[in-house]
Design a protein around this ligand. Sequence first.
Ligand code: AMP
Length: 604
Amino acid sequence: MDGKTLEYKGEAALKELEQLTMKTSEIQRNILKEILTRNAATEYLNKYMNGSVDVKKYKKMVPVITYEGIHPYIQRIANGESSSIISGQSITELLISSGTSSGEPRLMPSIAEDLDRRTYLYNLIMPIMNRYIPGLDKGKAMHLLFVKREMPTPSGLAARPVLTSYYKSKRFRCRAADSFNDLTSPNEAILCTDVHQSMYCQLLAGLIHRHHVLRVGAVFASALLRSIHFLERHWADFVIDIRLGRPGSIVSDPACRAAMCKLLTGPNPALADEVQQICNGSDSDEKGGRSWRGVLRRLWPEARCIEAVLTGSMAQYVPALEFYGGGIPLVCTMYASSECYFGVNLCPLSDPAEVTYTLLPNMAYFEFLPLQRWLGQSSGCRDDEDVVDGENLVDLADVKPGLYYELVITTFSGLHRYRVGDVLQVVGFHNQAPQFKFICRRNVVLSIDSDKTNEEDLYKSITAAKRLLEARDLLLVEYTSYADTLMIPGHYVLFWEIVCTANVMNTVISFDTELLQACCSVVEDSLGYVYRRCRTHDNSVGPLEIRVVEIGTFEALMDLFIGQGGSINQYKTPRCIESSDALQLLNSRVMASFFSPHEPIWNP
Ligand code: AMP
């Protein structure tokens, strides 16, 4: 990737995108050749290829691996061995992914030029967005971005999340102050490792610039919602700061304080009154209740979109963001990971449920593991242990519409035929480049007997049950699950955090037993065939239980995981709880518990 490519902006970027997608196979062939040439001498490739750079041999001899296959090499590099054991170029940092392996965070190798690839993808997003929402370059973006403290490795290489790496890079810090890069948050606030101070400063900065904000967002929807909840708790402090023209004592980090003092140029009672009126609900919703419905639209009246990842496990946050957004379009722009940035959404205004990603053929070499048993399957038993024959993998330009695949990547930094773990479905093509719907991470989240429920099954069944709540002005804002096997037979436990949308959010709700029992039943009826068989015919699974937890429980859960080394940017609520600390936390906040009153529907 040369310097010229990085500078593509506006129309030039869109033209480049057309070129890329028209030559998908050619670019992919060249990428693989280049990776093989650069990495031919590495210990890892040599073991299978004996110095050869032949593509056919690569596909025949190099195994398709999961993290476990590369972990020993990464560990050796972390311990000080040369990065040449897996990569022809120096590994400059290890990126901490949100995945874990035996309870430990996964570390992904990264080389200096990966920063160019990430920048390249970011640079494509605004020209795409501007095509559908013109004028986005005429104002500011309130994007709430966070960094995490780095962890040293024995070799001295930094281990940090990919976004921390990006925000700390000169490329981000010294970005040209052009209109697409005009963030409300000062760099000092983004780079502050104290999450609360960072969030406080970034929200305060967003409020100060409220009439110039055209885009509101965060990387993942969960971080955006968390920030909105923070605003609900702290708006009165922001009003005081704006009124007095100085940041409150919570802002103790010297760099943040200096940056915020620069923004708060003096007392601004008019702005303080505006924010106060909106946040205390006197500027209430059309139903006349003191609700935060549409609060984002009222606080940032010029906002034309809310940007965040809203697909996959983030899809469950869409209703809450719609609630707060008050009609501002939700936009999901890109698909990326610590291992590699994958692609972009070419139709940013599409409904979050319909979002597709076009993989960019110059990011890495992509292969696809066909997932036969996903075809037309509606049973929960989808953890097909496909025999992974490396020769059966399909190239990017050869995937077939309608089919499901697991993404497998080969990167310059030393991942060879690495299974990302994401299940994607092909829904169409843009020129030669396929467009994918993100389905889920390929895993089983719950299993008691022979039933196997994955993240998507759980999501679908909970979505079905959620409708019962919504009809009563209740919103399920977060959920997780747990396979309780203490009692025989074991049963599924769902932890639900529910808020009332009819009046002030966060009010205590009294729960209707019949309603929650009906939710248990709908979840069970919507779960897979095998689950329902186990519940009815086999009696090997007990009645499903919903435990309703106090408001704020899932934030506490997030704090717990972040306290244990996770990153707020990349945090995704685990859809199944395994850690005893997390389980203890959830159980300590249960307000009421409900069981499924009867067996689910099952037809042999
Ligand atoms: P991490 O390595 O921690 O950055 O997590 C990367 C993973 O996050 C991906 O492999 C996906 O499972 C998930 N992810 C990233 N972007 C998206 C997206 N746009 N939609 C759904 N899931 C995503």
